[in-house]
Design a protein around this ligand. Structure first.
Ligand code: UDX
Ligand code: UDX
Length: 464
């Protein structure tokens, strides 16, 4: 089976970059990315590629190269489905905010809508690829909908989870550790569908790096990978609190531990807590699945990763209040960084949101600077929490255009995202322009302790 037309539903952080790379590496395949969000599609089509809606290093050049050649962004969902032999579903699957599984289970409403739409439109056989992270056995539900509401054409469902990390999406897509493809490998048609997708990736990924499994293994592997990664962050963050009590230094501990090749050095950077659209959601999903099978010990084991992460964010914020003589009411606190990690404009589940919310509840005034996140997004994130009225958020929170401006006349600075430019700041000038005593809370271990001590900050770094 030869693929000449691909459609991807969902032009987000996963769909957009993934399809851009497929288009770049497979000039013989037409790739159309569709989305119901007209504004987002218009931004992907903006004449100036610097205005594409997702910031990822290297992405705009790739879009520039492929867009209009074999990469298209459109809101015409039916048309793109009809033309394609292979359809990726890359819509968001947020944690449910209502009903059964509220706060835990993934909301599959968008996935189901996509399935119904594909079934309605398709007049030829289609390969449907789950790209969104989904609870195990979602493929079964998809198959059910497709087969029972479709026009009698054949659908093959594949699971092809995305492992790219934001901020390094382009590198991760160009040279993935592995590509995982799950399908119905016991049937001929299933095998054919799996091979068709293998051949797409084989245009730039060597076959040893392309794993094929059954659908359930593939779905569960994605949740497991994210749970293991998040667990490492919670493990080192748990140690950071112990370090602060004992005088050990978490960076030294991480280095010593990570040099054991069995443990490895990656993902041992202590922080104010992990964020992003995946870790928390995927673990909650795992917990929900385990509970629904009555596996309470398994569920509790993984839930602890989230509990510790929430604790870390709260602990950091409450430490700011304690250090500022137990009150931040009316005090100005500069927040450096709003994105959940550097090199992305994504703020989903970012620690900055929760730390700021905590400080705002203590009546602090917040001034935020992030090099890539818009003021509109920052306010939307705070409004979404619903802790106070939208107008209160706008009067208590100011968003400015530089780190220097954010810190000027503030009582304290909190570094919440590890943007490189914060390392390069002229910290002496920042200090000189702050109210004294000036406090610096480094939630990312970005700065050298010596630098700050020389300058005169009252200094707190996570994990010492
Ligand atoms: C992805 C995955 O899909 C998610 O499961 C994974 O865990 C995180 O990454 P992401 O690309 O980051 O999601 O989501 P987002 O940036 O929100 O993009 C999803 C897009 O799908 C949005 O632009 C939304 O408008 C679009 N969408 C949603 C549709 O086009 N149709 C729908 O029915 C629902
Ligand atoms: C993650 C997975 O890495 C990726 O494979 C999956 O497809 C999606 O989820 P992402 O959330 O984009 O990717 O970024 P990641 O680099 O994993 O970082 C997640 C969070 O953990 C960030 O807030 C980051 O700052 C934090 N983190 C990461 C730490 O606090 N310490 C570390 O050592 C590593």
């Amino acid at each position: 089976m030869k693929i000449t037309n691909i459609c991807c539903i969902g032009a987000g952080y996963v769909g957009g970059p993934t399809m851009a790379i497929i288009a770049q590496k497979c000039p013989h395949i037409n790739v159309t990315v569709v989305d119901i969000n007209e504004k987002r599609i218009a931004a992907w089509n903006d004449d100036d590629v610097n205005n594409i809606p997702i910031y990822e290093p290297g992405l705009s050049d790739i879009v520039k190269e492929a867009r209009g050649r074999n990469l298209f962004f459109s809101t015409k969902v039916d048309e793109a489905i009809d033309k394609a032999e292979m359809i990726f579903i890359s819509v968001n699957t947020p944690t449910k905010t209502y009903g059964i599984g509220k706060g835990m289970a993934a909301d599959l409403k968008f996935i189901e809508l996509c399935a119904r739409q594909i079934a309605r439109v398709s007049k030829t056989d289609k390969i449907v690829v789950e790209k969104s992270t989904l609870p195990v056995r979602t493929a079964e539900a998809l198959k059910n909908i497709l087969e029972n509401t479709g026009n009698g054409v054949n659908f093959q469902i594949l699971s092809n989870p995305e492992f790219l990390a934001e901020g390094t999406a382009v590198e991760d897509l160009l040279a993935p550790d592995r590509v995982l493809i799950g399908g119905d490998i016991d049937s001929e048609r299933g095998k054919e569908a799996v091979n068709a997708l293998v051949e797409v990736y084989a245009n730039w990924v060597s076959k040893e790096h392309i794993l094929t499994t059954n659908v359930w293994s593939s779905e569960l592997s994605k949740l497991t990978a994210n749970a293991f990664l998040a667990q490492r962050v919670s493990s080192i963050n748990a140690m950071s609190e112990l370090c602060e009590k004992t005088g050990a230094d978490v960076n030294e501990v991480a280095k010593a531990v990570g040099m054991d090749t069995r443990i490895g050095s990656k993902f041992l950077q202590s922080s104010v807590g992990f964020g992003g659209s995946c870790f928390q959601k995927d673990i909650l999903n795992l917990v929900y699945i385990a509970k629904s099978f009555g596996l309470n010990e398994v569920a509790d084991y993984w839930e602890q990763v989230i509990i510790l992460n929430d604790h870390q964010k709260r602990r950091f914020a409450s430490n700011i209040v304690k250090t500022l003589f137990n009150t931040v009411s009316g005090k100005k606190i500069a927040i450096l960084g709003w994105a959940f990690k550097k090199d992305t404009n994504d703020t989903r589940e970012s620690a900055a949101i929760y730390v700021s919310d905590y400080l705002l509840n203590e009546q602090a005034e917040i001034v935020v600077y992030d090099p890539k996140v818009t003021a509109e997004q920052i306010y939307a994130d705070l409004d979404y929490l619903g802790s106070r009225s939208d107008s209160e958020n706008r009067s208590l929170v100011k968003v400015v255009n530089s780190a220097e401006e954010a810190c000027k006349n503030s009582h304290a600075v909190a570094i919440l995202t590890e943007w490189d430019e914060f390392k390069e700041l002229d910290w002496q000038t920042v200090y000189d322009n702050m109210l004294k005593p000036a406090f610096l809370f480094d939630g990312r271990r970005l700065l050298e302790r010596a630098t700050k001590e020389k300058i005169g900050f009252e200094f707190y770094a996570i994990g010492n």
